[in-house]
Design a protein around this ligand. Sequence first.
Ligand code: PEP
Length: 253
Amino acid sequence: MRKLLIAANWKMYKTPAESAAFLTNFFPLVKDNTTAEIVLCPAMPCLPAVVEAARDESVSVGAQNMHWLSEGAYTGETSPTMLTAIGATHVLIGHSERRQYFNETDTTVNLKLKSALVHSLIPIVCVGEHLNERERNLTADVLNLQVSVALEGIDPASLGPLVIAYEPVWAIGTGRTATPEIAEGAHKIIRARIASIAGSDVANATRILYGGSVKPDNAGKLCCLGDIDGALVGGASLDPASFAQIIANATSR
Ligand code: PEP
């Protein structure tokens, strides 16, 4: 059984004070949750305080990005060693905004995935097609390539913690959500590709999240299908009541 995972990507929103205010309201709302693994991914300056505040809660904390090297002369970057030192447990890798605005490629995703596994960080690798690719029937090609390059050269035995987030780029921050059937179809393509690379045991254990305009009113429907193992939530995770409602609706599937 794959445990449902609901992750919040706060992007470049929330100061430390705003993060603290969120947590004060959020923790009581999810105190009875045992069904889903909950992960908050705040901006870097908020990470240490959010990790500290979540220490006695059943909520994990992850980064939105990292460099693949442990240290070095890379101004502005954060290393996996730094993340584990402050107690972060998860890391988003290859979010489409990183690919679009910061030139991340499938090759850097591969380097970061290898590094996250070596440093015992749970990687949430983001993949997804652009609208023009979907319209040209290229969704399967795009997903297969992204997954293949991401997993290149990685020992299947080390892939136990792998999480993939299917995030169609046309659904991120647009209010346009994939139907559960579209998401389920994409997740099956991803799982089949993982199986062909790393074997069916790894594929069946890999959690594949859906991301793209998940809201309280669509979370239940999206998370009710067998190949959808949770959600990566951007905009609707910024408000504690909204994010808690998404978790409640997803877990009542
Ligand atoms: C995201 O940032 O990963 C995301 C899915 O954003 P939104 O929920 O706002 O579409």
